[in-house]
Design a protein around this ligand. Structure first.
Ligand code: URA
Length: 224
């Protein structure tokens, strides 16, 4: 049977900011996205396959954490000059959809601390507004994996990083992880925070008039 490689035409356009890292655009990854994008995919399968992508994204996010030299002794008595993670991490999920990514982070980082942040549109100003937040008390000294599945206009993610910076977290210690980004959202986010890394699974074509990502997967929260 013929095999089809993931078309490279769907990967990052040349205009993608340098702080953006996509997952390797393999045929397997494209197959996972094809399942979760399909409007007829049942909820159980959507959960299973979106969790698989989230796990890949978290693993990729961890690749961007600094390491320091670490020497251990193996059971053979030999020394092994390896590395260990340099600092402590925590997750922060942007409610409500970001909560769906917490389990994927916990699977990879046992007993990781996870904060939460609720941002909604202020009806008077039409701007994103902070409604609730809860963070580990020492968040300023941690690397933060910021979790939100869909980067559409970037409004919520930008507000979330503003709030984290107010908590004392430098923007270069924040790693923003999402499943699908729009080029508009990436441009808005990365222009404001050029030192925050963005790990995304796929960069889509754009936004429609309702600020849904196109082709996207619809409302992530409704599909979980
Ligand atoms: N949030 C979603 O769930 N889907 C989009 O397309 C955009 C934002």
């Amino acid at each position: 049977m013929a095999t089809v490689n993931a078309p490279t035409s769907q990967t990052s356009p040349a205009s993608v900011p340098p702080s953006v890292f996509t997952l390797p655009q393999t045929a397997q990854l494209e197959a996972l996205y094809t399942i979760i994008r399909d409007k007829d995919t049942p909820r159980g399968e959507f959960l299973f396959y979106s969790d698989r992508i989230i796990r890949l994204l978290v693993e990729e996010g961890l690749n961007h954490l600094p390491v320091v030299p670490k020497t251990v002794t193996t059971p053979t008595g030999a020394t092994y000059e390896g590395v260990g993670f340099e600092g402590k991490i925590c997750g922060v999920s942007i409610l409500r959809a970001g909560e769906a990514m917490e389990a994927g982070l916990r699977e990879v980082c046992r007993s990781v601390r996870i904060g939460k942040i609720l941002i909604q549109r202020d009806e008077e100003t039409a701007q994103p507004k902070l409604f609730y937040s809860k963070f580990p008390q020492d968040i300023a000294s941690r690397y933060v994996l910021l979790l939100d599945p869909m980067l559409a206009t970037g409004g919520s993610a930008i507000k979330a990083v503003d709030v984290l910076k107010e908590q004392g977290v430098p923007e270069e210690r924040i790693i923003f992880i999402n499943l699908i980004s729009s080029p508009e959202g990436l441009k808005n986010f990365c222009t404001k925070f050029p030192q925050t890394r963005v790990i995304t699974g796929w960069i889509d074509k754009g936004l429609n008039e309702k600020a849904y990502i196109i082709p996207g997967l619809g409302d992530f929260g409704e599909r979980r």
